[in-house]
Design a protein around this ligand. Structure first.
Ligand SMILES: Cc1cc2nc3c(=O)[nH]c(=O)nc-3n(C[C@H](O)[C@H](O)[C@H](O)COP(=O)(O)OP(=O)(O)OC[C@H]3O[C@@H](n4cnc5c(N)ncnc54)[C@H](O)[C@@H]3O)c2cc1C
Length: 485
């Protein structure tokens, strides 16, 4: 296996930028940075020898993956993700990236959307049918009895508006206000719109922009049965990110961990390279900053921080996610996934089954609590007790005396940006006002909520913009790379 922890090697011996193909530095090896590096290396592959740039991926942490990582729980030896990551069938570019790095088999989708939902003491299923969109959601109207008949009937009012292609103009309004205008009841918000929306947007309807919420429902729910299926990685998140970093190294990309970039160097409006903390300057012809929005702000020279394009995105706020892991002495949960309304628990995943561990099927559970700001001051023990108590109400009878052998919480205060009303215009395009500096990250203007798919899309778009910029600068010339799109 290729070693990915290259620590500081390479930087000190790095030649000044200006090798035959120049040098491109990508800062941040989250999924946006990994995808940017992959796409740049793919596009530059045609420029063998003379035109091929050196590509450097520089990451502060000791591992790739950014906000999607895993770690070994010391008490159990189990590999825990920092939070259960769920895909939708519409996440095609993330899945395509996994396929390209040889991990196509590590993602599994439901045949059709199917989520058991527990509310008011009973179960109903949120399920779709194999019909063209939006007819695939007919079962919602006929069978989802967590909503009254009148509430289900009123869902028809939103189908048309949801199908419109660009919801940007509704960005200043909250999703809750928009839903109220369409006659959606508080119960429909709780048992349908927030049930899905909080998981997708990491914010409640009253916290998030109608524009981004509608766009997310359009892409991921209403467009068709394929897009609306849930998908999961069948390996821990960290393994997938490591495989991506190894695939990049196999392509000749220099991957550095434990190397924090302190500053993106800019001279006369043009990027010159990056300065590495306690290390040298890495000169570069172009830089892709694939770091979170607040980290980008700190990397910029002070004069550039005031530039509108950067100052705007620094106004994005964070929204937390809390994940609770529970290990029981016997199977207590027989589904793959389930959603809960009316309590603290939102989504429960059968982690044992998803990772293909038969001994842990139904016993090892991962519970996601998105938009978890209200739990910020809860001690871990209180969260665990509450989650355990809510889950127990649904345990099948033979498991009612099940013992919880181990529990752990993972608190991620900076899980995703908060897609508050008015934030769409704060999300920048990939090409920045600094010549040669490109931006990637789930928070950039992808039209998607903060997610793995958005991160990968942003990385690819940054690589496309960089390619275009090189071509324009060189007048189609030969110094950099012969592009292959
Ligand atoms: C608990 C949790 C649950 C989630 N659930 C889901 C889900 O179900 N589905 C889904 O699709 N998404 C989910 N997400 C969101 C998803 O993880 C993110 O959208 C995605 O990982 C963001 O990737 P990114 O590359 O844009 O940013 P990041 O992952 O933040 O990557 C940025 C990288 O830049 C590095 N960096 C920062 N500063 C510097 C510096 N100065 N020098 C060098 N490197 C630097 C960081 O260390 C990091 O590795 C979840 C996130 C969390 C936290």
């Amino acid at each position: 296996m290729t070693r990915t922890d290259t620590t500081s090697c390479g930087v000190h011996g790095a030649p000044a930028a200006g090798g035959p193909g120049g040098r491109i530095v990508i800062v941040g090896a989250g999924w946006a940075g990994l995808a940017a590096a992959w796409e740049i290396s793919r596009r530059s592959a045609g420029g063998e020898g003379h035109g091929r740039p050196e590509i450097w991926l520089v990451e502060r942490a000791p591992r790739p993956g950014g906000r999607a990582f895993s770690f070994r729980d010391r008490a159990t030896g189990l590999e825990l993700d920092n939070g259960q990551h769920v895909l939708l069938g519409c996440c095609d570019q993330f899945v395509h990236f996994l396929q390209e790095i040889g991990l196509g088999a590590a993602v599994r989708f439901q045949d059709l959307l199917d989520i058991p939902v527990f509310a008011g003491g009973r179960w109903e299923r949120l399920a779709s049918a194999r019909l063209p969109g939006p007819l695939h959601l007919l079962r919602l109207l006929t069978q989802y009895r967590h909503l009254s008949l009148a509430d289900r009937w009123r869902l028809l009012r939103v189908v048309r508006p949801l199908q419109r292609p660009d919801h940007r103009q509704r960005d200043n309004m909250s999703f809750a206000d928009w839903l109220a205008l369409q006659g959606q009841s508080a119960r429909a918000v709780e048992r349908l719109w927030d049930l899905v929306g909080v998981a997708v947007l990491n914010g409640r309807a009253d916290q998030v922009s109608a524009g981004l919420a509608l766009e997310s429902f359009r892409i991921g729910v209403i467009s068709g049965w394929r897009a609306a299926r849930l998908g999961y990685l069948t390996i821990p998140l960290g393994y997938a990110a490591r495989a991506a970093a190894e695939a990049l190294q196999a392509r000749g990309v220099h991957v550095l961990f434990h190397q924090a970039v302190d500053e993106v160097l800019v001279e006369s409006g043009r990027v010159k390279g990056v300065r590495i903390r306690r290390g040298p300057t890495l000169e570069a012809d172009a830089v892709v900053a694939a770091v979170p929005h607040d980290a980008l702000y700190k990397l910029l020279p002070p004069a550039w921080r005031l530039h509108e394009a950067f100052a705007q995105s620094a106004r994005l706020a964070w929204s937390p996610i809390l994940n609770v892991y529970l290990l029981y002495d016997q199977p207590v949960f027989h589904e793959e996934v389930a959603a809960f309304c009316g309590g603290v628990v939102q989504f429960v995943f059968n982690r044992g089954r998803l990772l293909g561990e038969p001994d842990l099927d139904g016993r090892w559970l991962s519970v996601s609590l998105s938009a978890a700001g209200g739990l910020r001051n809860w001690p871990a023990a209180k969260v665990i007790d509450r989650v355990d108590e809510e889950l127990r109400r649904t345990f099948p009878r033979p498991a009612s005396g099940a013992r919880c052998l181990h529990a752990a919480t993972v608190w991620q205060p900076r899980a995703t940006f908060l897609a508050a009303p008015g934030t769409w215009r704060l999300r920048p395009p990939p090409k920045s006002p600094v010549s040669g500096l490109f931006l990637a990250g789930d928070w950039t203007d992808t039209g998607w909520p903060a997610c793995l798919e958005g991160a990968v899309r942003s990385g690819r778009r940054a690589a496309e913009a960089l390619d275009q910029w090189f071509r324009e600068r060189q007048g189609g010339g030969e110094r950099f790379w012969a592009s292959r799109s």
